[in-house]
Design a binder for this molecule. Structure first.
Ligand SMILES: *[C@@H]1O[C@H](CO)[C@@H](O)[C@H](O)[C@H]1NC(C)=O
Length: 130
């Protein structure tokens, strides 16, 4: 009986619950290691040929730097990809914007905030709609 209930609980989680699991943070940040303070939603759909925007903000001491990854590969700015950073005190914010999007832009993105004390990852999952 217990197994059956557990199985149901494992199958049921919605994206919203997955997001909460994703956001649990058991790290001790008191040593200054980066903490993701704000970000756009974990799950984000974009319309093919239109804009995709992801946002991530991290703080730490020293102030972290942010690098974006798409399916494990660092995102470099190009004709259709813009990365903007803004810094304020111990906080770094970054916007990744892809415009226009194409099919290859779907999948997992990561915002990785790093300083000398450690590193913290915020993941995003994107998919396209027509
Ligand atoms: C940028 O987008 C245009 C239009 O979709 C596309 O033709 C081109 O290949 C893209 N360039 C890069 C570097 O992805």
């Amino acid at each position: 009986m217990r197994t059956v209930i557990l199985t149901i609980l494992l199958v049921l989680p919605t994206i919203a619950q997955l997001k909460q699991i994703e956001d649990l943070d058991f790290t001790d940040h008191s040593n200054g290691s980066p903490k993701i303070s704000r970000s756009s939603y974990f799950k984000q759909d974009f319309r093919l040929g239109y804009k995709l925007k992801l946002f991530c903000e991290a703080n730490g001491t020293p102030r972290p730097r942010i690098v974006w990854y798409h399916r494990g590969v660092e995102v470099n700015p190009d004709h259709n990809r813009t990365i903007r950073f803004s810094i304020h005190g111990d906080t770094t914010s970054s916007h990744l914007e892809i415009d226009p999007t194409s099919i290859g832009d779907k999948g997992e993105y990561e915002c990785v905030a790093t300083n000398s004390k450690g590193s913290r990852v915020k993941k995003f999952l994107t998919d396209y709609q027509y």
